[in-house]
Design a protein around this ligand. Structure first.
Ligand code: ARG
Length: 581
């Protein structure tokens, strides 16, 4: 357990128990970063209040009982009663060495591995993905990677919108165009936005077409084989398109992860029945509704979750309820994370509330909405093209590559690149830029999509971090040494060495936090802090030209540990790290 915060927390808790009795063994020692030491314990203040004593006195007593052996080099009372803690250099060096030697960078696997569904991306069939989907895709993929690394059994779930009334008109439109248009990958079908709009226009303006479309919906819902086959043609066109986007982004979703709305079609009626039998859903104005307590409309009237409409049709909510029921009864999951836009917050709150009433969700089986904030343009408004249309994801990625290329060609490189190599690196830089920009802000806050900022090689950006990793690799190349051959031992002299080593010990805690909260930005910030500590180290501590062999070996080992932390951390965010830049 190399995380200094946890190690010191355990020591302070032992001191509390020794000083004030075993009932204090679980008290939160309130360990925080310190301005004057490595960390400080602030527990003396609340504890003094409870004990009716002076905080400084309580702090002194904690110190008198603190086992410092092997870990703490210095401990002081400061201010009103803070306990300032300075770690010993030898301990930091030994833990950094252990991190270097450990395959998992000393990150402990989760104490209680869980089966976790991470539901993300979830675009709609026969519709273009938009920037909102870009965000849920990138954030969801990072959450899935992080939880898997922590040892959880992760089920990636792409809940695509592949069912519902629009498919009647979409199938009829496909028939009008001729099925072979899809097989030929004709732009009339491949351009999803145009395809959808053309179908919509006919539906609104052509009564005969609208009639056919309605009949088609009925056939689809009745499971008519020919209709299902045509529906599958449409789904396949969209899947090709989704996979193209996923491939370009380096997202881990595959066709096997798709469990769209259609998958739950047969479970809608049984779900409605169960809710009705349990007395949770009742008929109201002809519709089957559940009224979860605490949800009211403007006039205080109870808000319904509509389970079955008065015409007998089922809803978006019904599908989500059936999904939860299936995941609990059949997949036996412990945790469900919905990476979906913040505007759907009320929908999920209500669906989760009904699921708790039904007993599908409880303290052991939990669902959470990992909310995603809107993507804005640099003008602070919802991102649009210059012409005012919705931005197509593939065009956005094309522009990222073009702009990354321009920036990349401007900067100084250690060596020239041939065109093919350059193109591969630029692709990685572009995707790293787009992804890191998204992942470095809290996922639930709005986020400004700004190419200039995200593609910069300076600041909190993907390219900066990729460059930091490439720079370390170049040191090893110049030294004629593989990073794996740098085995230390790590000894700490310069303050910048100590600060870097200490930062490296925080990887496991950052990952655990990111996984527990489903907030990848916590890992993104940590990686940046590592790169930052490395930059200070690099500016102050010559590596290949270190004053003596011992220092050189130690610094190379610090470089190797930093490199692996950066590469592993970035890969868990889905950000690639080119060998050279
Ligand atoms: N397909 C929906 C959309 O594009 C997102 C689905 C979210 N997931 C869910 N279980 N409702 O907005």
């Amino acid at each position: 357990m190399p995380d200094p915060q946890l190690v010191l927390a355990a020591r302070v808790q032992a001191a509390l128990s020794a000083a004030f009795g075993p009932s204090y063994a679980d008290t939160d020692p309130v360990i925080r970063p310190s301005q004057f030491a490595d960390l400080q314990a602030n527990v003396a203040l609340p504890l003094a209040k409870k004990l009716g004593r002076k905080p400084r006195e309580v702090a002194e007593e904690i110190i008198a009982n603190l086992d410092t052996a092997g870990v703490v080099a210095d401990v002081q009372v400061s201010g009103p009663g803070f306990v300032n803690l300075t770690l010993s250099d030898a301990w930091i060096a030994a833990e950094a060495q252990r991190t270097l030697e450990d395959e998992r960078l000393a990150v402990p696997p989760a104490d209680k591995p869980q089966k976790v569904v991470v539901e993300y991306s979830s675009p709609n069939v026969a519709k273009e993905m938009h920037v909102g989907h870009l965000r849920t895709t990138i954030v969801g993929d990072a959450i899935a990677r992080i939880l898997a690394f922590l040892g959880h059994d992760v089920v990636r779930d792409n809940h695509v919108g592949d069912w519902g009334t629009p498919f009647g008109m979409l199938i009829e439109h496909l028939l009008d165009l001729g099925e072979d248009a899809a097989a030929r990958d004709d732009s009339s079908v491949r351009d999803l936005t145009a395809f959808y709009q053309a179908a919509r226009e006919k539906f609104d303006g052509d009564a005969e077409f609208a009639g056919r479309s309605r009949t088609r919906v009925v056939s689809l819902q009745a499971g008519d084989p020919e209709t299902l086959r045509l529906w599958q043609v449409l789904v396949d066109v969209s899947k090709r398109y989704f996979n193209d986007v996923y491939g370009r982004l380096g997202v881990t979703l595959t066709d096997d992860d798709i469990k769209g709305e259609s998958f739950y079609n047969d479970l809608l009626a049984p779900t409605a029945r169960e809710l009705e039998e349990k007395g949770i859903a009742v008929i109201s104005d002809g519709a089957l509704c559940a009224f979860p307590p605490g949800f009211t409309g403007r006039e205080g009237e109870p808000l319904p979750v509509i389970i079955r409409k008065s015409d007998g049709g089922y809803n978006y909510s019904t599908t989500d309820l059936a999904t939860i029921r299936y995941r609990v009864d059949t997949e036996h999951v412990d945790r469900m994370i919905y990476v979906v836009g913040a505007p759907q917050s009320l929908h999920f709150q209500m669906v989760f509330a009904v699921s708790r009433m039904a007993g599908w969700l409880n303290d052991e089986v939990r669902a959470e909405h990992a909310q995603i904030g809107n993507v804005l343009g640099t003008d602070g408004k919802i991102l649009r093209t210059r012409a005012g249309g919705t931005v197509k994801l593939s065009e956005l990625l094309d522009e990222a590559v073009e702009r990354a290329g321009a920036v990349f060609d401007e900067i100084q490189h250690d060596e020239p690149f041939d065109d093919a190599t350059r193109d591969v690196i630029v692709q990685d830089v572009a995707m790293g830029a787009v992804k890191y920009a998204d992942l470095s802000v809290a996922r639930d806050s709005e986020y400004i999509f700004d190419f200039d900022r995200m593609i910069s090689f300076n600041g909190k950006t993907g390219p900066y971090l990729q460059y930091a990793a490439a720079r370390i690799r170049s040191i090893f190349r110049k030294g004629g040494l593989a990073p794996e051959a740098a085995t230390g031992p790590i000894v700490l002299g310069h303050p910048a060495e100590r600060a870097l080593a200490l930062e490296l010990l925080g990887f496991g805690a950052a990952l655990k936090q990111a996984g527990d909260t489903a907030e990848p930005h916590r890992l993104a910030s940590y990686i940046y802090a590592v790169a930052d500590a490395y930059t200070t180290f690099y500016e102050n501590c010559p590596v290949l030209k270190a004053p003596d062999d011992e220092t050189r070996a130690s610094r190379l080992a610090l470089c190797a540990a930093t490199l692996r932390t950066l590469v592993t951390g970035l890969s868990l965010l889905g950000v690639p790290t080119p060998e050279r830049m």
